[in-house]
Design a binder for this molecule. Sequence first.
Ligand code: PEP
Length: 273
Amino acid sequence: MGRKFFVGGNWKCNGTTEEVKKIVNTLNDGQVPSQDVVEVVVSPPYVFIPLVKSLLRPDFHVAAQNVWVKKGGAYTGEISAEILVNLEVPWVIIGHSERRLILGESNEVMFFLPYLSFWVVIIVPEKFVGDKVAYALSQGLKVIACVGETLEQREARSTLDVVAAQTKAIADRISNWDDIVLAYEPVWAIGTGKVATPAQAQEVHSELRKWLHTNVSADVAAKTRIIYGGSVNGANSKELAAQPDVDGFLVGGASLKPEFIDIIKAAEVKKNA
Ligand code: PEP
């Protein structure tokens, strides 16, 4: 069976109750290919998730934008996988570059230990993003796992090393890839209007698939959906979707606009391929 096209809408830290209702109404009125052709997931801020779930068409699903790394408890401000499962939220985005770079979530995990009268920061070579993915999967969530290089890393020609290391940090912690979608999101393309060319996207997706083939298995490489994110819009989505290893999109800014429907329709390109 082929890889079903996947379109995620990441609403980030946007919206009021009225704006959220308006976006959902637009989605509900949109004519899109059937669920056999495309899987659609939207990711509102946590607090709007119950509202969106209550209003959203049944063929679209919701995702959280982040999750705590382990079982919930005394972690003020965090949302655990258990809470998401309790609220029947099926998906979660993990490792988005805005969390990795602005909020300091790296591949490493930090411990703060008291020593005499100081706090000592110990960075251990465990993988924070990988741990999050592993814990979320263990609780029954499905994961959109993000990887991608910065502009400096691309200019230093280390794109493939960076995305391979980020993917390895996940692969090292999990054994089942059935519930993972891998999102390649070059940081320089996110929210900048500077989209990767179809050839640039295809090159990285194809290398990621080869990496999965070599380091995980042929089956996982063939089945795992690798989606592209970074300034996707209604106008550029069809050409990107036509690339053989582009299995869908993670969309930020344009997911708040009516053109998100056009992006979902780009799935037709694959159906007709
Ligand atoms: C994103 O936030 O995942 C993203 C791809 O944003 P944008 O589409 O706005 O570049």
